[in-house]
Design a protein around this ligand. Structure first.
Ligand code: GDD
Length: 324
């Protein structure tokens, strides 16, 4: 049995990855979680509720080197997926200090503890298309220069560099997955896609009257999270560690997402959407579109769920959840 440690196992990607590895078989799965999560499983462990008897959870805090070190010493993982982060870009403008602290030091703590206690462990870092920010070329690939536009993006560039440096300096098998936006029915409600599909479902069921949004013109490359966790795993199964863009190579505006989501319930979005400046960001990333040809060629990976299918999946799931 291979031992795997997932930080951020309670999140969208962590839960899909744990499911994926359990299905693959041959994995003993460990997750690093905050103590508060163990004390409040109803609210904080809902995404992995159905897996709790098949995985082991360890209380720890990414901000504390000692606690990360202890968990890695105990688990001695063969593979580590470092997914935990303050991942809401908008919030990183309100509290840049905690975003920078958790995302940069957290990554450094995990890398350093692995180097000391499990140097053969293969390491995956959840890098992000937010690193491209004010994009220098279209579409973005592994060689596109970074120009982050938020404390979150800056923290991910630092994590990317740390991951690459541990590879070059200490020979660690460490990979960066540069994932573009990826969504699902398990997405947090603060992200625009889930905010839209949840509110559309509530409007359809008569529980809400309007949907307040910020910048409708921003464009994103949106894929399905369930597809993207397979790419994470594939990166760690290669002979050589490397960095990969994972995306769909399609870009759509927030407005297009809104329109299609309302279409799913036969409503016209223009009757319900209002603009609220409070959802605008001090600096916006206007357009992201990823070129995943390297992942296709080397990992044999490609996205399976289309943009339209993704929206329908999320709206249907929200309707079902609210009805029940
Ligand atoms: N959240 C939110 N809420 N975003 C809005 C809203 C709103 O009411 N109205 C418009 N937007 C726009 C944002 O300005 C942004 O351009 C876009 O919708 C997407 O916002 P989010 O869903 O919050 O995601 P993100 O693109 O900032 O970041 C996500 O993707 C990254 C990968 O590119 C997060 O998952 C990051 O953690 C991830 O790294």
């Amino acid at each position: 049995m291979k031992r795997v440690l997932i930080t951020g196992i309670t999140g969208q990607d962590g839960s899909y990855l744990a499911e994926f590895l359990l299905k693959k078989g041959g994995y003993e799965i460990h997750g690093l979680v905050r103590r508060v999560a163990l004390e409040d499983p109803e609210h904080r462990l809902w995404r992995i509720k159905h897996l709790l008897d098949k995985i082991s959870l360890h209380a720890g805090s990414l901000e504390s080197y000692a606690s990360v070190f202890n968990v890695i010493e105990r688990v001695k993982p063969d593979e580590c997926y470092h997914l935990a982060a303050q991942s809401f870009v908008s919030y990183s403008f309100d509290d840049e200090f905690s975003t920078i602290d958790t995302n940069i030091n957290g990554t450094l703590h995990v890398l350093s503890a692995i180097r000391k206690k499990a140097p053969k462990c293969k390491f995956y870092f959840a890098a992000s298309s937010e690193m491209f920010g004010k994009v220098r070329e279209i579409p973005q690939n592994e060689n596109t220069p970074f120009h982050p536009r938020s404390p979150y993006g800056i923290s991910k560039v630092a994590g990317f560099d740390l991951t690459r440096n541990y590879r070059e300096a200490y020979g660690l098998f460490s990979c960066n997955g540069i994932l573009f936006n990826h969504e699902s029915p398990r997405r947090g409600f603060e992200f625009v896609t889930r905010k839209i599909t949840r509110t559309v479902a509530k409007i359809k069921l008569g529980l809400e009257k309007e949907l307040k949004l910020g910048n409708l013109e921003a464009k994103r490359d949106w894929g399905y999270a369930g597809d993207y966790v397979e790419a994470m795993w594939l990166m760690l199964q290669q002979e050589k560690c490397d960095d990969y863009v994972i995306a769909t190579n399609e870009t759509h505006s927030v407005e297009e997402f809104v329109e299609l989501a309302f279409n799913c319930v036969d409503l016209d979005w223009k009757d319900y959407v209002t603009i609220d400046k409070k959802f605008y960001r001090p600096a916006e990333v206007n357009q992201l579109i990823g070129d995943y040809s390297k992942a296709k060629k080397i990992l044999g990976w490609r996205p399976k769920v289309s943009f339209k299918e993704l929206i329908k999946m999320m709206v249907d799931s929200d309707l079902k959840e609210i009805r029940s």
